[in-house]
Design a protein around this ligand. Structure first.
Ligand code: ADP
Length: 353
């Protein structure tokens, strides 16, 4: 349904998108995830024919966006990050205007009624757009994208600036739309992508860093890099804890060890993280045998999408098949489930404007 090949966009010296390729199948919801400045909007704008690419190709439903832009665009409903609303129009006036602009041939009344019902804006149709809340404005933006029933929907950060209940509503709506449309959804909000999307592309510094379901991406990075181990020492006191932590830290390939909760009297869980290259389990077994300790439990931790994202964007692991680039330097924090990535600016390198 959507085929992107070797897409490049340069703004002067700035390489905003650098050789991106991916496909989206019919009926799929693809999440486009990346920190601010990663190149998401630039890619969306090229996909919708709003800006041209420097090189590469985009085919929507088999139609090249540059060769036959009008036909290709007729297959796309687009909700840009800032919805293109004429705020001095009523909702009804605006939707009718968009209906005419798109040269829609479907029964006007029935089609617009259906869309308004779906987007739950029927009761505000006579209101001026400027007087609507941000959540309702977003719904009107989504409604205009649905006019003429395009098979592809491209939604750029559709929940930015909405309150939590509005966010849930818009996500539910997108999920519903995904049943009959191919959807690309861009976001820097992890739970959003996890809640809504079938497949994820993580984009960073204009390149695809990882591609697949959250599980596939996690597996491709490593499945043995974080674990929790419950170890029974010999004294059943806190003395065991310190000795175990110190001994684990000395093993090759261990990056991080932390004693967690006391699970049974004098028996603790230890969170261990390896360098991602070393399978540490046998070395831990040997250590415990030598020391006369018992391993009561060893559990490989699931990587959350947050872990994956941080690993990929910070650049210490590049999954198999992904293009390897020098690791950009970021200060990344997760605040309320949102990624806030600030590129460390060096003297010869500009930051994101
Ligand atoms: P995202 O949507 O992931 O936040 P963008 O696609 O908006 O990222 O931007 C990618 C990079 O391209 C950023 O560094 C941004 O500053 C740069 N960029 C975007 N638009 C322009 C433009 N019109 N001129 C110059 N640089 C731009």
């Amino acid at each position: 349904m959507i085929e992107v090949r070797n897409l490049v966009k340069r703004y002067g010296d700035k390489q905003a998108v650098n050789d991106i390729s991916f496909t989206v199948e019919k009926g799929e919801i693809l999440g486009f995830l990346g920190p601010n400045g990663a190149g998401k909007s630039t890619t969306m704008n090229m996909l919708t024919g709003y800006i041209s690419s420097t090189s590469g190709s985009i085919r929507i439903n088999g139609i090249d966006i540059l060769e036959d832009p009008i036909k290709a665009k007729s297959n796309i409903g687009y909700l840009p990050e800032i919805p293109p609303l004429y705020v001095d129009m009523t909702v009804d006036g605006y939707l009718n205007f968009m209906y005419d602009l798109k040269k829609c041939k479907l029964s006007r009344r029935k089609h617009l009624d259906e869309i308004c019902n779906l987007c739950k804006i029927t009761h505000v149709r006579s209101r001026l757009i400027r007087n609507l809340s941000k959540g309702y404005k977003q719904r009107v933006g989504l409604a205009q994208a649905l006019i003429n029933n395009p098979p592809v929907l491209i939604l750029d950060e559709p929940t930015v600036g909405l309150d939590p209940s509005q966010i849930v509503e818009i996500r539910t709506l997108i999920k519903k739309l995904g049943k009959n449309h191919t959807v690309i959804l861009s976001s820097h909000i992890l739970p959003e992508i996890q809640a809504v999307c079938d497949r994820i592309i993580i984009i960073n510094k204009g390149v695809v860093s990882a591609h697949g379901t959250a599980d596939e991406i996690a597996r491709s990075i490593t499945n043995q890099h974080k674990m929790t181990i419950r170890i029974e020492g010999t004294t059943h006191t806190v003395d065991d804890k310190q000795e175990i932590v110190d001994s684990l830290r000395k093993l090759d390939g261990i990056k991080y060890v932390r004693a967690d909760m006391e699970r049974e009297r004098g028996i603790y869980d230890y969170d261990v993280e390896t360098d991602g290259k070393t399978d540490i389990r046998r070395a831990i077994n040997t250590l415990c045998r030598e020391k006369n300790w018992n391993i009561l439990m060893l559990q490989l931790s699931d990587l959350t999408l947050e872990d994956i994202f941080l690993k990929i964007t910070v650049g210490d692991v590049v999954p198999e098949g992904a293009v390897s680039r020098p690791a950009p330097e970021f200060d990344i924090n997760v605040q309320d489930g949102e990624l806030v990535a600030t590129e460390k600016v060096s003297l010869d390198k500009g930051g994101d404007e």
